[in-house]
Design a protein around this ligand. Structure first.
Ligand code: SDX
Length: 371
């Protein structure tokens, strides 16, 4: 029996959704460079779930479906209001709220494909409203209801801030959502697949995936990148900070990747987005500091940035609170999780690997009086 640490290099299943090959990432055969440049997030969600890009009629109908399902039941707002906002992490609130959505959905356990696709729309549309509502409620503000005339990306920023985003901000966020949508068999997607492979429901699969994404080695890294950047007040201070962290054998958040060894293609696109967005906002400090740290880590450790590194500058410049960075990742990755859940349910096979036992050899029971 051969075991590998963290299943490194193990091919656990086949999938037609996204491919990472020679550091090239494609969704259903389309490169993320093309999709980020020319598509909208709604087109990408449709592509991931249906295998083909939508035509104009299909896209209009899909957009309207998402917009018509973006409101959440009052019970969800009441639940969020009842939670201890200042003490819990937004990812724990999101995990709880999505689970509650499942409790309130009478079709939660209906497993036919048509109903699952309708639930997929409900989850994708509502998760955006939940994240923004949480942000407003913990500030003592009323949640902002979603608008039907705004695209998915613009609606998120509108519900978060209570005012329409600029064209540059909306388009930048749309691209960021596209780049985070799917990524083959990452930890949270694998979690979702293992969960529904038992024929459990889509809400359980997404809730489980949110739990996995929360960890700092996975989706939680983008928030940690921002906390690191916040601690470094100048470029000259960066060198000392990084040297000190490396000397302490600390992981530098936003760097390294289990699969990409010659650089995360998303990070290359996000670096350019961060440069353009900070130039547009006139606040380039974060970008310049990030570019300096990238060069420092490359020279000192030969490590390259992953998707979480420049995401921090992009989300911060868009005015998104630091502890909402990972929930934003979840809003986008819900599209990928759902695509894999639908694919796994078509596979209809339990995922159950083995473990190599390295515990105590067989031994006889000893009654408590004799221990
Ligand atoms: C995401 O899988 C996906 O697809 C995930 C994702 C997606 O889209 O779903 O791409 C999103 O999760 C990106 C990764 C976000 N996490 C971080 O940025 C956290 C920091 N990164 C590291 O923890 C690490 O690079 C991982 C977790 C991302 C990958 O770790 P691996 O493949 O298990 O590699 P490793 O930890 O065994 O490291 C190999 C070597 C080690 O050195 P040695 O002990 O052999 O001397 O590289 C070093 C590590 O110490 N190393 C780092 C480092 N990453 C690896 N050293 C310092 N800082 C780092 N960030």
């Amino acid at each position: 029996m051969t075991t590998t640490k963290g299943l490194e290099g193990i091919v656990a299943t086949t999938s037609a959704i996204s491919s990472i090959h020679n550091d090239v990432l494609t969704y259903r055969g389309y490169s993320i460079e093309d999709l980020a440049e020319q598509a909208t997030f709604e087109e990408v969600v449709y592509l991931l779930w249906n295998g083909e890009l939508p035509d104009a009629v299909q896209l209009r109908e899909f957009r309207s479906n998402l917009a018509n399902n973006a409101t959440v039941p009052d019970e969800i707002y009441d639940l969020i209001k009842a939670l201890p906002h200042q003490k819990v992490h937004p990812m724990a609130v999101l995990r709880t709220a999505v689970s509650a959505l499942g409790v309130l959905d009478e079709q939660a356990d209906d497993m036919d494909e048509k109903t699952n696709k309708q639930k997929a729309i409900r989850i994708q549309a509502k998760i955006s409203t939940i994240v923004t509502a949480f942000s407003r409620i913990r500030q003592g503000l009323e949640p902002v209801a979603p608008r039907k005339d705004l695209g998915f990306a613009a609606n998120f920023l509108y519900m978060l801030k209570g005012k329409e985003p600029s064209t540059v901000a909306a388009r930048t966020f749309d691209k960021a959502l596209i780049l985070h949508a799917d990524h083959e068999l990452n930890a949270s997607t694998f979690t979702a697949r293992v969960c529904v492979a038992t024929l459990s429901d889509i809400y359980s699969g997404v809730t489980a995936a949110i739990g996995a994404l929360k960890g700092p080695l996975h989706g939680g890294a983008n928030e940690q990148v921002m906390r690191m950047l916040d601690k470094i007040t100048s470029i000259s201070e960066a060198d000392f900070f990084i040297e000190d962290a490396l000397a302490k054998k600390q992981k530098i958040m936003g760097f390294g990747h289990r699969v990409y060894k010659n650089g995360d293609p998303r990070a290359r696109i996000q670096k350019k987005m961060a440069e353009e967005l900070t130039q547009d906002s006139g606040e380039e400090k974060l970008y310049l500091l990030s570019a300096h740290i990238e060069e420092l880590i490359r020279n000192r450790k030969g490590l390259l940035p992953n998707t979480d590194f420049y995401s921090a500058t992009i989300y911060h410049t868009l005015g998104i609170e630091t502890d909402l960075f990972t929930p934003v990742f979840a809003v986008s990755r819900t599209s990928g999780w759902v695509a894999h859940i639908l694919e796994q349910l078509g596979d209809n096979r339990l995922i159950r690997p083995r473990a190599e036992y390295n515990g105590q050899p067989y031994r006889a029971y000893v009654p408590v009086d004799a221990r």
